[in-house]
Design a protein around this ligand. Sequence first.
Ligand code: ZN
Length: 191
Amino acid sequence: MKLPVCKYGDPILRKKGAHVSKVTPEIIQLIADMFETMEANHGVGLAAQQIGQALQLTVIDIRPIEDRPSTLELDGQPADPKSIMPLVLLNPVVKPVGEKVAGSEGCLSFPKLYGEIERPESVDVTATNEKGEHLAFRCGGLLARCVQHETDHLNGILFIDRMDRQTKEELKPDLEDLQAATKAALKKAKK
Ligand code: ZN
């Protein structure tokens, strides 16, 4: 089932996700709903906070973006990033490896807003997946950027927090409008 995506201004986006210790049938259903929601919105990553659940859970599938390369290493050997797609990460831990590089990012919680964000080019990732399997890999390029963006969400951090001051200043009027619209919609829904 496609779920509504929480927009900037919704306090859930600032909540740190709770550790997911068990893959229950509810979590399996949530994962399926998150993939459906992400694909319907043409996204390549979605965090649980974005569908209103503060959990350490994110789904990723970078395959729709073909013009921004990714790299993957499994056990120190190069591998095809597509081989681990679609990707479910539970309780991910991300460690930066490479130098910081700038790249364009958007977010389904910030419709039509984009900004250049500096992030480490490569990261080491450990997590579990929906089968309870332990995952450990090194990734670079778009996949590394996506993993970092989504893991930030799980800790209540948003991409605007990583923008330089000038970029954020340029987006400020749009951010304020979005925040006000979200708050008004939430207030209306409560009545
Ligand atoms: Zn996002």
